[in-house]
Design a protein around this ligand. Sequence first.
Ligand code: MN
Length: 253
Amino acid sequence: MENSDNKDSLKRDRRDFIKTTGAVALAGAGLVLAGKVIADSGSGDTETGKLTTHLLPKLPYAYNALAPYIDEETMTLHHSKHHQAYVDGLNKAESELARMRASGDYTLIEYWSKKASFNGGGHALHSLFWSILAPASTGSLKGQGGIPPEGALLQKIVEDFGSFENLKKQFSEAAIKVEGSGWAVLAHRKSDNRLIIHQIENQHKLSSFDETPILVLDVWEHAYYISYRNKRADYVNAWWNIVNWMAVSKNLG
Ligand code: MN
C-alpha cells in the first residue's frame, strides 16, 4: 500500500514537472521548414525527453496587406484563431505523448498520435503559407506579390512542367479539386531533383515523404469563404496575384 502511494506520488511529480518544463521555451535550433524556424526547442533533461513549445509565427505583413485578394477579416481569423489552434493542438498532443512516457500508459497513443499529425501538419503548412505570400506588386503597397519567377526557379519549372503557365494550370486544378478541406502543394523531391505538385487532404493526408514543400495553397473554406463564398476557383485564380516567387525561390535553396 505504501509502495503504491509512493509510486502514484512520483507519477504526479513527474507530470507536474512536464507541465512546467513544457511551458518554457528556450532558445535552440528549432524546427525548420523550408528554411524558416517555426518553433523553439524546449528544455531537455526530463526523464521522458525533450518537449518543444511551438509558437505562432508573426506575419511579415499587416492583416489588410493582401487585400483585395484575401480580405483583412479572413487574414485576422485565419492567423490568430485557426493557425493558433493548430499550434495549441500540437503542443497539447506532444505534451500528452510525454505524459504517456512518464506514466507508461499508452492506451490513447493512437488518438494523440493522430492529433499530433493533424495539428503538426496544420502548423507547418500555415507557417509556410504565410511566408510565400506578399502584397500585390500592382497594388498601392507595391510588394513582391505576383511578380513571376525568374532565374534558377523558372528554369526548374520549365524543365519539370514545360512552362510557368503549365505549372499554374496544374497547381490550380489540384487546388480547386481537393475533396473537402485541404491544400495544393508544390514540392521539391530530392531523390530525382524535380518539382512535383500534389494535393493534401485535411492538414496531413496524401503527403509524400521524399519532398520539401516550397509553395502551398490553403483551400479550407476558412481561407476564403468570407470574400468568395462557395467560389473556390475564384479564390485560387485571384491568389496568384499575391504569391511571392522570391520567397518560393529561396525555399528551393
Ligand atoms: Mn487554414
